[in-house]
Structure formats: structure tokens, C-alpha cells
Design a protein around this ligand. Structure first.
Ligand code: CP3
Length: 338
């Protein structure tokens, strides 16, 4: 079988598939004992810059589950670190930024990203493409709003209030900020595509905090520019809590719209509109319930997914750290045999 005929890429292109393709956001991570073993005493950002570890961790869920796609092991803040932003990923917390960016002076920290800033990305993607064979590799980046929130707040945030204060209070600075992040995201995705990834996913994880009219004004133009710039591969667009935004996300230019667990896929297909495949959307917490519950819910999602022009099975957000890997193995087999 060749890569172009892989169920994942066929579904992205809304073509007929032999079975529903499946992969899991955060499939390579803390729920796997083999991951914890290789990460012992290696800080997250060190792991993200070490090709041997990147390749091994990316391959782990492919070996264990037989998923239809690999996702490149990294983090959304890696390109920011690579241009010299002083940040770290704190275990159990997430990205923390030493000097939050809140004014025009702070923006100067966001210089353009050059391919030479991330040589380990090129090296690891090339090695992975060779090792994966007919299994596609998904590259990814954080979207400008979600990256901007970490940079402005200085770390994880519940309400993104400083971020919104800048957006509403100084639209000129906001757009300049988003422009710079858009350039960095585009450069980072280009490095991954040039090295051989088969598709990309843009994670705008926290954009569900924004109202639809504000999305149109403050975020949509930048997202559009990103998707236009990477039109040579299938593009997936994902955020959490985006039920009210699904229509406008359908206009942003991706081929596939990721849906969290709050909106059933048949309703999501109606909101997103024609010409898109959907990805999702089992609540990751359901994997903590007995298998019978997982099975019933997964079958329901497979039925609802038939309303979409293409369906890639996934969770509604990332795998939770306390997930039993055997549940994901059984789920993968169920999706493949349904
Ligand atoms: O999906 C995969 O398996 C690939 C790896 C991946 C990671 N981060 C590894 C990681 C991906 C795709 C990401 C993306 C990411 N990072 C997003 C978008 C996806 C989403 O979940 O919405 C966001 C918002 C981040 C920022 C971030 N980095 C968070 C919120 C955290 C978790 C903090 C925690 O420990 O609870 C991180 C750290 C992180 N990224 C870890 C991993 C494996 C944990 C690192 C550690 O504990 O040492």
C-alpha cells in the first residue's frame, strides 16, 4: 500500500475509505509506560530537540495501537523556544514564559524563524518518514491565538483575560502580534512539510474562549493566511469548546475540522458546511469508564460521523495521562472493524 492510498489521507480528501481511520491527539505521551521510561530524567524541551527520542516517542503509539497516522512528537512552544523566547515546560503545569509579552517593546522578542533554528525537526521528520512507510506523519503547530495566550499570560490560563484585554484594547498591537506569530507558524510548518510530513494540524486549543464576531475580526485573517500558505498538504484545524465557532472555522481554509465532544458529529457537519471532512470526537474521559461504555459511545460516533463527507476518528481532546493503554488498543481495533 502506498502513502497516498492510506485511509487517513483518503478521509482528509473526502474519498472512500476501506475503514474509518483513527489516531489520537496526545497519543505519544504520558499514558504510555514506554514513554515514561525514555523520558526519565530528560526535560520535555530537551526531548523535543533530540532526534533519537523524537523518532522513538513518535513511533511508540503506532507500534502499540496500529493507528492510521503518527503525530510528530514536539510541543506547540518549540518554535518559540527556537527563536530565543525564554520559556520552559513545567511538568503538570504546561508552558511557562519568563517575560510575558504585553507591549510593542515585548514584540521584538518574536523574530522570524529560520529552518536552521530547528535542524532537529528536519532530521527527525526525514528519519520518521523512512521508518513509517505507508503510515502518514502529521506535522503540527499551535495557532497564533493559542500561542499568543501563553506569551501574554505568561503561562496556562483559564479565562485568557490579559490576552483578550490586549485584543480588545489595542487592536493595532494585537494584529501586529498575530502577524509575527503567523510568520513563525508558517515557517515552522514549512520546515515540517519540506522534510516530508503528509498533513498538518493547527492546534488553536483555546480559541473557544472567543465570540464568533471577535473571531472573524481578530483571528480569522491570520488563520486564513496560515492555511493558504500550506495548501500543498491536507490541513486539519482543531480547537476545544468551538461549538459556536464551527461555522466560521469552516471558512478558515482547512480541509478537516476537528470537533470536541460537546457537539455530535452530525450536528457539527451541518454547522461546518459542505466540502470538509470532520475529525473527532470521543470525550477522552469516557476512556476511564468500563469498556462497554467506550464501545457504545464509539459506535454512536461512527454512526454520527457518516453525516460528514469524510470522518477521521479521534478523541475530542488529548489522551488523559491516567488512560489505560489497553482501552485505546481495543478502541482502535473497534474503529477498524466497524
Ligand atoms: O499528540 C502527541 O502525542 C504529540 C505531542 C504533543 C505534545 N504537546 C507533547 C506534550 C502535542 C501535539 C502537543 C500540543 C500542545 N501543547 C497543545 C495543543 C494540543 C492540546 O492539547 O490542546 C497545547 C495547548 C500544548 C501546551 C502544553 N504543553 C500543555 C497544556 C502541556 C501539558 C502540561 C501537563 O503536564 O499537564 C504541555 C506539556 C506536554 N506536551 C507534555 C507532552 C508529552 C507533558 C510533558 C511533561 O510532563 O514532561
Amino acid at each position: 500500500m502506498n502513502l497516498d492510498e492510506s485511509p487517513f489521507l483518503l478521509a482528509c480528501r473526502r474519498r472512500p475509505v476501506p475503514h474509518t481511520p483513527v489516531w489520537y491527539m496526545r497519543q505519544a505521551g504520558r499514558s504510555l509506560p514506554e514513554y515514561l521510561r525514555v523520558r526519565e530524567n530528560v526535560p520535555m524541551l530537551t526531548a523535543c530537540a533530540t532526534p533519537d527520542l523524537i523518532v522513538e516517542i513518535t513511533m511508540q503509539p503506532v507500534r502499540r495501537y496500529g493507528v492510521d497516522a503518527a503525530i510528530y512528537f514536539s510541543d506547540i512552544v518549540v518554535p518559540l523556544k527556537a527563536i530565543g523566547v525564554d520559556l520552559d515546560i513545567k511538568p503538570g503545569v504546561g508552558p511557562v514564559v519568563a517575560t510575558p509579552i504585553r507591549d510593542a517593546e515585548g514584540l521584538k522578542a518574536l523574530r522570524p524563524l529560520e529552518p536552521d533554528d530547528v535542524p532537529y525537526v528536519t532530521e527527525s521528520v526525514r528519519a520518521l518518514v523512512g521508518e513509517l512507510g505507508a503510515t502518514p506523519l502529521i506535522g503540527f503547530a499551535g495557532a497564533p491565538f493559542t500561542l499568543g495566550s501563553y506569551l501574554i499570560e505568561g503561562g496556562p490560563s483559564k479565562n485568557h483575560d490579559r490576552t483578550k484585554a490586549l485584543m480588545y484594547g489595542d487592536p493595532g498591537l494585537w494584529h501586529a502580534f498575530m502577524e509575527r506569530l503567523t510568520d513563525i507558524v508558517l515557517a515552522h510548518l514549512r520546515v515540517q512539510i519540506d522534510a516530508g510530513v503528509s498533513a498538518i494540524q493547527l492546534f488553536d486549543s483555546w480559541v473557544g474562549a472567543v465570540a464568533v464576531d471577535d473571531y472573524r475580526e481578530f483571528i480569522l485573517p491570520h488563520t486564513r493566511r496560515i492555511f493558504e500558505g500550506v495548501a500543498d498538504v491536507p490541513r486539519i484545524h482543531f480547537g476545544v469548546g468551538t461549538g459556536e465557532l464551527l461555522g466560521v472555522l469552516g471558512e478558515a481554509g482547512a480541509d478537516v475540522v476537528g470537533v470536541d465532544w460537546r457537539v455530535p458529529l452530525d450536528e457539527a457537519a451541518r454547522r461546518v458546511g459542505p466540502g470538509k471532512a470532520l475529525q473527532g470526537n470521543l470525550d477522552p474521559a469516557i476512556l476511564l469508564a468500563p469498556w462497554e461504555v467506550v464501545e457504545r459511545r464509539a459506535r454512536q460516533i461512527l454512526r454520527q460521523g457518516q453525516a460528514a463527507e469524510g470522518h477521521i476518528f479521534n478523541l475530542g481532546h488529548g489522551v488523559l495521562p491516567n488512560t489505560d493503554p489497553d482501552q485505546l488498543l481495543r478502541l482502535t481495533e473497534l474503529v477498524h472493524s466497524a
